[in-house]
Design a protein around this ligand. Structure first.
Ligand code: NZQ
Ligand code: ZN
Length: 389
C-alpha cells in the first residue's frame, strides 16, 4: 500500500424513512434561513419536495427556493446561487437531487463565503480552502456519482468549454441523507447510467498502480460484483429495495475516498468524458459507457496483469490455458457485453453526438492530469474518440 492520509467528515443517514426520522433534529444545529436547491422539478412530481418542505416548515425555517439546477451544472448557475445565498444571508444550503445538484451546491457553498472568482481560484487551478464554506446538507435522489460523500464538484464553464472537477475536503457535506426509495422514480436510463458511473469510478481506481495485493483492490472487486448483480436486479424490478439500496451505497463507497487509499488512481476516461460533455452536454454515465471499452483496449497491453485479474475475479471467466493477454482481452470484452446488456450506448452516434463534431478540438481540450498505466497523449485521445464513432 502507498502512504495515505484519510479524512471524510460527512455524517451519513441511510435507509427508508431517514429524512422524516432525522432531518428536523439535524436542523436544530443550524440557523433559520435554509436555501433549498434542486433540479428541473422531478422532486415536485415524486413527493420529495413536499416531504422536505413540510419538515422545514415544521422546524420554523425560512425557505429560500433555488430551483432549476441543470444536469452538468454550469458556472453561471453556480454564480446565480452564490448571489442568492449572499443576498439572503443563508445559514444552510440543502441540496436535494443527484450529482448535478450536489456539485452545484458545493460550489455555491464555497462561493458564498468568498469574494473572488471561484472558477479561476479553485477550478481553473487547485486552490487552498482556508476558510469555512457555508454549511451544506445533501438529500440524495439519484444514485451514481458518489458526490454525496466527497468534496468534489464537477462544473461546466460554458464560455470556456471546460468541464472539470476538484475535490476539496472542506466541501464535504456536513450531513447526507440516503433513502433508497427516493431513487425509485429515477427514469430507467438514468438509473443505469448512474450505476455505470459507479462502476466506472471503481474501475478508474482499480486499474492503477500499485497492483500488488492490497485491501483497496479487494474491496473494489467486491463492489464491482455488487454493482453488476444489483443493476441486473434493478433493471428487472426498479422497486427492489435491496437492489436499490445496494446500488446507492455502492455509489457512495466508490467515491468516499476509501477505495482510493494507497492507490494512484487513473481517471483519464473521466477527463475525456468531461470534455466530451463540455462540448455536447451528453449524459455523464452514458458517455463513460461509450469510452471505457475502447480506452481499455488501448491500455490493456500495459496493464494486462490487472485486466486478467479483472476477467477472473469480477466476471468469473475461467483461466483454462489462456495467456494473460487473452484473459485480459476477455475481461474488457465482458465489460463491453455488459454495457450492451444494460442498454447503454456503445458509440458516439448512439450517444447522440453529431457526426460532424470537431473531435480533434475536443481531444486537444482534454487537460490530462493523473493517469496510471499509461498517460495518454492528445493523439491517442483523438484515436480513442475516432474509434468510438
Ligand atoms: O433535474 P431533475 O428534474 O431533478 O431530474 C434529474 C435529472 O434529469 C433526474 N432525477 C434525479 N433524481 C430523480 C430524478 N428523476 C426522477 N426521480 C428522481 N428521484 O435525473 C437526471 C440526472 O440528474 P443528474 O444529477 O444530472 O445526474 P447524476 O447524478 O448522474 O449527476 C451527473 C453530474 O455529476 C458529475 C457529472 O459530471 C455530472 O455533471 N459528477 C460528479 C462527481 C463528483 N462530484 O464526485 C463524480 C462523477 O464522476 C461525475 O463527474
Ligand atoms: Zn463519474
Amino acid at each position: 500500500m502507498n502512504n495515505f492520509v484519510f479524512e471524510n467528515s460527512s455524517k451519513v443517514y441511510f435507509g427508508e424513512g431517514c429524512v422524516k426520522e432525522y432531518l428536523s433534529n439535524i436542523l436544530t444545529s443550524y440557523g433559520d434561513k435554509v436555501m433549498l436547491c434542486y433540479g428541473g422539478g422531478s422532486i415536485k412530481n415524486n413527493g420529495i419536495y413536499d416531504e422536505v418542505v413540510s419538515v422545514l416548515t415544521d422546524s420554523n425555517k425560512k425557505i429560500i427556493d433555488f430551483p432549476g439546477i441543470p444536469s452538468n451544472p454550469t458556472y453561471s448557475k453556480v454564480q446565480e446561487g452564490i448571489s442568492l445565498a449572499k443576498e439572503n444571508n443563508v445559514d444552510l444550503i440543502l441540496a436535494v437531487g443527484g450529482g448535478s445538484v450536489m456539485d452545484c451546491c458545493k460550489a455555491i457553498s464555497l462561493g458564498a463565503k468568498y469574494d473572488g472568482d471561484i472558477w479561476s481560484d479553485f477550478w481553473a487551478r487547485g486552490g487552498v480552502v482556508n476558510f469555512e464554506p457555508l454549511p451544506l446538507g445533501i438529500i440524495v435522489t439519484a444514485a451514481g456519482t458518489g458526490s454525496e460523500c466527497n468534496g468534489g464538484a464537477v462544473i461546466t464553464n460554458e464560455e470556456l468549454k471546460i468541464k472539470t472537477g476538484r475535490d476539496y475536503p472542506k466541501l464535504n457535506a456536513q450531513f447526507v441523507m440516503l433513502d433508497p426509495t427516493y431513487t425509485y422514480s429515477v427514469p430507467k436510463f438514468q438509473m443505469v447510467s448512474g450505476a455505470f458511473d459507479t462502476l466506472s469510478h471503481i474501475m478508474e481506481i482499480y486499474f492503477s498502480e500499485p497492483d500488488e495485493s492490497n485491501v483497496s483492490d479487494d474491496i473494489s472487486e467486491a463492489l464491482m460484483k455488487n454493482v453488476i448483480k444489483n443493476l441486473r436486479v434493478a433493471i428487472k424490478n426498479p422497486e427492489d429495495y435491496e437492489a436499490r439500496s445496494n446500488l446507492m451505497w455502492d455509489a457512495t463507497m466508490a467515491e468516499n475516498r476509501i477505495i482510493k487509499l494507497g492507490k494512484k488512481t487513473d481517471f483519464q476516461c473521466h477527463q475525456m468524458e468531461h470534455q466530451l460533455g463540455a462540448y455536447t452536454n451528453c449524459n455523464h454515465g452514458a458517455g463513460l459507457a461509450v469510452l471505457h471499452p475502447v480506452y481499455y483496449k488501448h491500455i490493456c497491453e500495459v496493464g494486462k496483469k490487472k485486466f486478467a485479474q479483472f476477467a477472473t475475479n469480477v466476471w468469473g471467466i475461467p483461466k483454462d490455458n489462456k495467456t494473460e493477454e487473452q484473459l485480459a482481452l476477455e475481461g474488457v470484452n465482458a465489460l463491453a457485453d455488459f454495457i450492451k446488456e444494460i442498454g447503454m450506448p456503445t458509440t458516439l452516434k448512439e450517444l447522440g453526438v453529431e457526426e460532424n463534431i470537431n473531435l480533434k478540438e475536443i481531444a486537444e481540450s482534454c487537460f490530462i492530469v493523473g493517469g496510471s498505466y499509461k498517460k495518454l497523449t492528445h493523439k491517442e485521445i483523438l484515436e480513442i474518440f475516432e474509434e468510438c464513432k
